[in-house]
Ligand binder design. Structure first.
Ligand SMILES: [Zn+2]
Length: 678
């Protein structure tokens, strides 16, 4: 729940591949930063601004078979994948000495691309671990296996991360999260609509297939699938819903290990930590109900049931590192949620795998070639202008008392800003990469990342650490560091271009920056102070007014529908919607401080203000497969892109002036009902 990012993961299971994006080639000289031909002038801007700005593009573009959607994010991801592939292929050819960054990057990538060797092995790499599971006799041995696997990098049933203690933000704590499900959230185990039923059928088929591919006969494989489904349905009962997971207070439950041991004894916590060689004073149980239920189920369910569940979890979590039949089965399952017609190319998956595992090594090569100091200083300037604009808005708020305003300003000015890439790169000294053994490489990388995580337990927080890799096309706000983070990946066209005019840059990256800043003050972020501690700094009356205002936004977005009848979940998306509404307003105010913002000269036939809003609407253009959108509505805290444009615009007075929006237009909201929070 910690990081609040700008965008949804492009696809739930695999990173999407995208169409050729000529626009991201560095060699092209761009003469226009705005796609006029993509607009649909038959739509009135006041009826549907998203369609007015993007209608022709939506009509004329076709989602490629191997993608779950199409749009600015997808285009940029595609361009980036090509760049990263180039870097990895160069590293591969360099024949660098063993242990160097180039050797690790190049050989990891090359080993993953060697499908002849990988296919020849089939299920062989899984055998030692599957044999260990076979030998387990009772749940005590099972939990001892879980603990051992954990330090080796394999996660079963106990999921955790190590980060700042939310009420003592300079100190790290280990937090345990609910886990144990293969479907995206608990509702998938009980809802009876046809899309949900199809998801359960797909999972059943997937489990069965995973067993069949490891040599289990078909009828046993089918029985195993039924066993896993029944167990996960039981586990799901203890889970919190995605909306419940948004409450940071409820996710904060600090205990001594001895108390956890009493609460859920069968998990054998003390032995678990002993295997990790740590003795934490206290731990945070994000969702204690899951662990209480797990402890009971360990004793009440037959040991064979648990062994089947662990085997499936093990095979499934490694399916992407095995032969083609495994990855095909994995794709067949994942397309239920993505709608992709075709799996993405192997090289794209391998580029993502290397970025995920050795991100700081790849990031260094990436910034050397693709990120300029000129871009960094321009972004610095933009961020500072946005901060000034936000401060001015806080001063002018008519609903907040001076004392709360003063504390809000302190928090705003305390933002830690991370732009481009980390000041300190991680090393991967204990990772061993062998060009001829992909599976062992995957294990070495996983063991390293677990070791890195465990080493943080009980230590002070390292505020220089990043939560996303440098090439990532996303951004986030992290409440416990009170920081906004923009990796080099998102600091490029169409979000940002050093040569673009201010209207375009402020509408695009400006809104992204304003969005992340507003997260510090959304319904979750506002519960943390300037030092990143979850602590109330509001007066009661201001807090009541804030809640009433955010309640209005819940209602407004809850009325939006997609795919005919699916409603946006106003509670699930509240934080992101507040960030969008605030982000647009702050970006606009900052734009008005620029020369172009004060001017009236038209560009491409539009006033500076119109161009600002259009730039904003085009950056968020997205065409999505129905399956992806359906899955997002259930789990994604971001609203569908049409409402990320129309929602904030309809709440913002300058938008009405820029396009002469009047009562009677479909987006029209009465001035007194417009959400004016930050
Ligand atoms: Zn966000």
């Amino acid at each position: 729940m910690k990081y609040l990012s700008i965008a949804a993961a492009v696809c739930m299971f695999c990173f999407a591949s995208c169409k050729d994006a000529k626009k991201t080639e560095e060699t092209e000289t761009r003469i226009s930063f705005f796609d006029r031909s993509g607009m649909d002038s038959s739509v009135k801007p006041g009826d549907n601004f998203f369609l007015y700005a993007n209608g022709a593009w939506l009509k004329n573009s076709v989602i490629p078979d191997d993608q779950s959607g199409l749009g600015s994010f997808y285009d940029l991801v595609q361009g980036n994948l090509k760049r990263l592939r180039g870097l990895l292929e160069d590293a591969e050819k360099s024949k660098a000495a063993k242990g160097t960054a180039e050797q690790k990057l190049g050989d990891y990538y090359a080993s993953g691309m060697d499908t002849v060797a990988i296919d020849k092995l089939g299920a062989t790499p899984l055998k030692p671990t599957l044999a260990k599971i076979d030998a387990i006799k009772d749940y005590k041995e099972l939990m001892s296996f879980v603990a051992e696997s954990n330090v080796e990098g394999e996660t079963f049933l106990l999921s955790y991360y190590v980060d700042a203690d939310e009420k003592n933000s300079t100190q790290n704590i280990v937090s345990f999260l609910q886990s144990g499900l293969s479907l995206p959230e608990k509702g998938y185990y009980t809802r009876t609509d046809s899309a949900t039923k199809a998801a359960r059928t797909a999972l059943t088929a997937y489990i069965s297939k995973m067993f069949a591919l490891t040599g289990t006969d078909t009828s046993t494989a089918a029985k195993n699938a039924a066993v896993v489904m029944a167990l996960e349905t039981e586990i799901a009962k203890s889970h919190r819903t995605p909306v419940e997971l948004r409450d940071p207070q409820k996710n904060y439950n600090k205990f001594a290990v001895a108390d956890i041991e009493k609460q859920s004894p069968n998990i054998a916590w003390t032995s678990f930590f002993a295997k990790m060689k740590v003795q934490p004073d206290s731990i945070n149980m994000g969702q204690p109900d899951y662990y209480i239920a797990l402890s009971k189920l360990l004793a009440s369910q037959p040991i064979d049931t648990w062994k089947i569940k662990l085997k499936f979890d093990y095979i499934a979590s490694n399916a992407g590192a095995l032969s083609k039949d495994f990855s095909d089965a994995r794709f067949a399952f994942s397309k239920t949620f993505s709608g992709q017609k075709k799996d993405s190319d192997r090289w794209k998956k391998m580029v993502n795998r290397v970025d995920e595992g050795l991100g700081d090594l790849l990031g260094q090569l990436y910034v050397k070639k693709y990120f300029t100091e000129a871009a960094k200083s321009r972004i610095d300037e933009l961020v500072n202008n946005l901060q000034k604009a936000f401060e001015a808005r806080i001063e002018k708020l008519d609903w907040m008392s001076d004392s709360t305003k003063q504390r809000a300003t302190v928090k705003l000015n305390a933002f830690l800003k991370k732009i481009g890439y980390p000041t300190k790169w991680k090393t991967y000294d204990d990772v061993t990469i062998d060009r001829t053994n992909f599976f062992a490489n995957v294990q070495s990388v996983a063991a390293h990342s677990k070791k890195e995580e465990i080493a943080k337990i009980g230590k002070p927080v390292d505020k220089t650490e990043w939560g996303l890799t440098t090439p990532t096309i996303n951004a986030y706000y992290n409440p416990t560091n009170n920081e906004i983070v923009f990796p080099a990946g998102i600091l490029q066209f169409p979000f940002f271009d050093v040569n673009a005019d201010d209207a375009i840059n402020y509408g695009a990256i400006g809104m992204v920056i304003g969005h992340e800043m507003t997260h510090g003050f959304d319904d979750q972020g506002a519960q943390y102070d300037d030092k990143g501690n979850m602590r109330n700094w509001w007066t009661t009356s201001d807090n009541d007014k804030f809640k009433a205002k955010t309640g209005g936004v819940v209602k407004q977005y809850g009325a939006y529908t997609i795919l005919d009848s699916l409603h946006v979940n106003g509670e699930l998306t509240l934080g992101e919607n507040l960030a969008d509404i605030g982000g647009l307003a702050i970006a606009y105010d900052a734009f008005k401080m620029t020369k172009q913002g004060q001017d009236t000269v038209k560009t491409d036939g539009f006033t500076p203000d119109q161009r600002f809003f259009l730039g904003y609407a085009q950056v968020w253009r997205l065409k999505s497969r129905d399956e992806t959108m359906r899955a997002r509505i259930n789990t994604d805290p971001h609203s569908p892109e049409m409402y990320r444009v129309n929602g904030p615009a309809a709440n913002f007075d300058p938008f009405y002036n820029a396009f002469n929006i009047k009562e009677g237009d479909k987006l029209y909201i009465k001035p007194e009902d417009r959400a004016k929070i930050w």
